[in-house]
Design a protein around this ligand. Sequence first.
Ligand code: CO
Length: 148
Amino acid sequence: MAIRNVVTLGDDCLRKVCRTQMQFDERLWTVLDDMKDTMYHAEGVGLAAPQVGILRRYCIIDVGDGLIELINPVIVETKGTQTDNEGCLSLPGKFSEVTRPMTVTVRAQDRFGKNFTVTGEGLKARALCHEIDHLDGILYIDKANKGK
Ligand code: CO
C-alpha cells in the first residue's frame, strides 16, 4: 500500500470520460488499497480513480461511517435537493456552494465484481454524486452556484 499522487486542476485526467472496469483482480485491489491510504492521508471523504491518473470507472468514499468501494457505479435514484459547500482533493483549499440531491441510490460492483446497492443521504449523497461525476470528467466547479 502506498500514497499516490493526486492530480490537480489542469491535468487532462480530470476531464476524461473513464472506461468501464472489466477486471476484478490484484491490479484493481492494489489501486483501491492505495486510493484508501491516499484519501485518509489527505483527510478527504472521497477519491476517484482519475484523480490518481487511472481512467477507469471506480471510486471510494468514507464520510465517517466506513469505507465504500464503488466499481462501475451508476446513480439509479435521487430525491430532494441540498445546497452546501463542497471541495475536492484535486482543487486543494478551494470550496464552492453546490446543489446536489438530498438522497441518492447507487448501484455498483464491489472489488470482487459482486453487485450491490447503496443509499446515501446528506454528505454521503453529496460524496457519491461528486465522485461519480469525476468518472465522467465533471468537477464540482462545473456545477457550483453562480456568484460563489
Ligand atoms: Co473530487
